[in-house]
Design a protein around this ligand. Structure first.
Ligand SMILES: [Zn+2]
Length: 214
């Protein structure tokens, strides 16, 4: 892995450790499931290091799947503005973390997003939050990519939307094929980005250099 990848893994560790605030509402049923899983894995859930693990894991899982309780209206919060700009708006290098729905293991990487306004623009900080809303769920990368694209398409009705995502999947790296260098790339092109090769290439050129492999 390159240093940028190691940084991404460090971010992942941070994201997963973020949750050390164990206050707030508890989901005891979920904690019981984790307790049971630890036992079934042959460990002793009462030993010191594991005693609070069910609580921590339950909290972490709730955070990592918090996208289910977010709504697009809350996120956008009226931050859509009338604007004449009709060139590509691109937001690059949006780091995201998600959980694969087949193994519930993390996949993580970057999203590059572009759209061509048709009279409406969105507050730029909202776009990473839209990514988060869909990433913090049980996902497959293909659906995550198209959900983000169609969501932006719905709320902005732009001339086009482009989403390209690159990710490392821990379920491929740690188990199964155990391929550490395997980067999965998905894209969803709508409107002008789909119909015009030139527009699509302009976007891909704008994203140049913003890749986990570069
Ligand atoms: Zn998987």
């Amino acid at each position: 892995m390159k240093s940028s990848d190691i940084r991404t893994v460090t971010n992942l560790a941070d994201a997963m450790a973020q949750d050390e605030d164990l206050s707030g509402e508890r989901n005891e049923e979920l904690e019981d499931c984790v307790h049971r899983m630890i036992t079934l894995l042959g460990e002793d859930p009462t030993r010191e290091g594991l005693a609070r693990t069910p609580l921590r894991v339950a909290k972490a899982m709730q955070t990592l799947t918090s996208g289910y309780s977010m709504s697009i209206d809350q996120i956008v919060n009226n931050a859509i503005f009338t604007e004449k700009y009709d060139e590509i708006v691109s937001i690059k290098n949006i780091h995201f973390f998600s959980l694969c729905e087949h193994h519930m293991l993390p996949f993580f990487g970057i999203a590059n997003i572009g759209y061509i306004p048709d009279g409406k623009v969105i507050g730029l900080s909202k776009i990473p939050r839209v990514v988060d809303m869909f990433a913090k769920r049980l996902q497959v990368q293909e659906r995550l990519t198209s959900e983000i694209a169609y969501c932006l398409n719905d709320i902005l009705q732009p001339r086009g939307v482009a989403v390209v995502m690159e990710a490392y999947h821990l379920c491929m790296m740690m188990r199964g094929v155990e391929k550490q260098d395997c980067l999965t790339v998905t894209s969803c092109m709508l409107g002008d980005f789909r119909s015009s090769v030139q527009t699509r290439n302009e976007f891909l050129h704008l994203c140049g250099g913003h890749s986990l492999k570069s």
